[in-house]
Ligand binder design. Structure first.
Ligand code: ADP
Length: 155
């Protein structure tokens, strides 16, 4: 069974993230969405609510799992016995950032490969950072959240 980990902050999970996961299901049998957290850094949504949002998006899909982790991504991969890291690319600056992380991960664990999927063109401007800014000012982000999940109940 081919498994991949999709690591990120997902603060919050967007239609861009959802699309990467759904498209990657053509490549992998199981995807573990892994929410990396830092106990000193408080996010906008709590880790537990981020997990609940993702579970609501993929309810009834057994091939999608969600977990949190607080260690190096490669160490979490080893713990889970997963060899592929999935990441999405939107722009050239995403590429530079992702390239460095993927190469460092590969230096650390030679048998772990990072697989990139290019974003769908219409999702290029969608970012959790911008959505948090809209939410802070009571704007409507429904169009950018899968299934138009009511984020207010998770705030
Ligand atoms: P991180 O804090 O690790 O960058 P994010 O939650 O922001 O975590 O993103 C997780 C992954 O999803 C990253 O690979 C990022 O490039 C990708 N991603 C974020 N937004 C989009 C989008 N709109 N389309 C495709 N990929 C995206």
């Amino acid at each position: 069974m081919k498994r991949a980990i999709f690591p990120g902050s997902f603060d919050p999970f967007t239609i861009g993230h959802e699309s990467i996961v759904r498209r990657a299901l053509h490549l992998f049998d199981e995807i573990l969405i892994a929410i990396g957290y830092n106990s000193e850094k408080k996010g906008f949504f709590t880790i537990d609510n981020r997990i609940k949002i993702i579970e609501e998006v993929f309810e009834n899909k057994n091939c999608i799992k969600v977990e949190k982790y607080n260690k190096l991504t490669v160490d979490f991969c080893k713990e889970k016995n997963i060899k592929f890291i999935l990441r999405g690319l939107r722009t050239a600056s995403d590429f530079e950032y992702e390239r460095a992380i993927a190469q460092m991960n590969h230096f650390m664990e030679n048998d772990i490969e990072t697989i990139f999927l290019l974003t769908e063109a219409e999702h290029t401007p969608v970012s959790s950072t911008i959505l948090r800014e809209i939410l802070k000012h009571n704007g409507d982000v429904c169009k950018f959240i899968p299934k138009c999940i009511d984020l207010k109940k998770y705030l």
